[in-house]
Design a protein around this ligand. Sequence first.
Ligand SMILES: Nc1nc2c(c(=O)[nH]1)N[C@H]1C(S)=C(S)[C@@H](COP(=O)(O)O)O[C@H]1N2
Ligand SMILES: [Mo]
Length: 170
Amino acid sequence: MADGDLHVPSLSSSIRLVGEEETTIDGAALAALPLEERECEIVCATGDRYTEPWYGVPVLEVLERASVPPETTHLLVESADGYRACVAVDTALEGLLALGKNGRPLADAGDYETRFVAVGADGPRTVKDVARIEALTLEPGADPEAYEIGVAPDPDSEGESDPPVPDDAS
Ligand SMILES: Nc1nc2c(c(=O)[nH]1)N[C@H]1C(S)=C(S)[C@@H](COP(=O)(O)O)O[C@H]1N2
Ligand SMILES: [Mo]
């Protein structure tokens, strides 16, 4: 929900959107979209998890500017330095293109202005410094991880994609 106290930072570079059409969105266009605040849990490969209030623009609102084909199965989210995560479309479209956390712009705390966050997206797939979002339609049986770059597999799972188990139950 929109919150008048949340600050919409200007973006130093625009974000490329690839759907039925191909376009870019800059900070001014982003600021015209609805700002929402959502609690998202980040689950790290180490098993650590933390929930924080992120704010930003719904991924659905952003990507609709490029028109999302109905047959889309995944979103490919890429950072400015080429890190890539491939996330199931239902999970990803429920996410935020986050601009801030705990009421503060992301750039106040780190060296990036944007971050993809979504309930159900693993920590390694919460891409920082988003430069490009593409709607993908993968064939049944295609491996979404084959589209990823830099997303480290869980060291304990030998290439399987089981969620990490927390170290303690507290
Ligand atoms: N662009 C980009 N985003 C990234 C990464 C990265 O290397 N580059 N690392 C991921 C991984 S592996 C994790 S666990 C989290 C770490 O987020 P944190 O720094 O907030 O703990 O960011 C994710 N997002
Ligand atoms: Mo990580």
